[in-house]
Design a protein around this ligand. Structure first.
Ligand SMILES: C[S@@+](CC[C@H](N)C(=O)[O-])C[C@H]1O[C@@H](n2cnc3c(N)ncnc32)[C@H](O)[C@@H]1O
Length: 207
């Protein structure tokens, strides 16, 4: 099943091409230019401004972060200490030569080496699907990776709000992601009061 869902209409289709709302083409631009999306893996990268906002948010709150299926954000981190202590968990082996890459398939959420259990204080999640079965697996992995007081940020359709409140105690935030090649509008959810996600994303039109 492909990513499906309702919600607000996504706009900012051409944010990437036009450079709209860029934060001066930093590391996020480098990742986006060098990494084509693979449709067979449901890869849909956030826009440059969305990535830059996430990076600010994560760098404000995290000391050691796990990025589950969110490579554009991991590779756009600016803080060298945070980046070297953090890990990207994904099924796409194009990054397997890097020390921070952990090959991981969400269908085996518990197949995560014990050395990664409960060591992260922050987790970032954007699965390739929006179904409850898939979210339950990602939540299982998140509980394994996070410390007790760990912070969570994730994106999916707003219709998953009730489920996500139950399984990960997260709430939708005002700042929505721009994902230029994805048809449906997503929302960001967190389990804490965020610093940079409390006002609407100027990339998203509400009409
Ligand atoms: C919709 S994309 C999310 C990307 C995110 N928006 C970003 O900008 O980094 C889904 C991600 O899930 C990964 N993925 C696909 N199948 C997976 C699987 N079976 N297990 C773990 N990750 C998977 C893809 O490689 C991709 O990074």
């Amino acid at each position: 099943m492909d990513r499906k869902g309702g919600g607000k209409r996504r706009t900012g289709e051409d944010a990437l091409q036009k450079g709209a709302h860029h934060d001066a083409w930093g590391a996020e631009g480098t990742f986006l230019l060098q990494t084509p999306e693979k449709r067979e893996l449901n890869q849909y990268w956030y826009s440059p401004h969305t990535i830059a906002t996430l990076v600010k948010e994560i760098e404000e709150h995290a000391k050691k972060a796990a990025f589950l299926s969110t490579p554009s954000v991991f590779f756009s981190l600016k803080d060298p200490g945070l980046k070297s202590g953090s890990c990207i968990f994904d099924v796409d082996t194009q990054w397997e030569s890097l020390p921070n890459f952990v090959k991981w398939n969400f269908n085996q959420p518990q197949h995560i080496d014990e050395s990664y259990h409960h060591v992260f204080d922050y987790i970032v999640i954007d699965p390739p699907f929006v179904t409850p079965e898939v979210w339950i697996k990602y939540a299982e992995a998140a509980r394994l990776l996070l410390r007790d007081d760990g912070k969570i940020i994730l994106s999916t359709i707003l219709e998953n709000a009730e489920l996500l409140k139950q399984i990960l105690h997260v709430e939708p935030q005002l700042f929505d992601p721009s994902i230029p090649h994805l048809v449906y509008q997503y929302a960001f959810f967190t389990n804490y009061k965020p610093t940079y996600l409390s006002s609407p994303n100027p990339e998203i039109s509400m009409d």
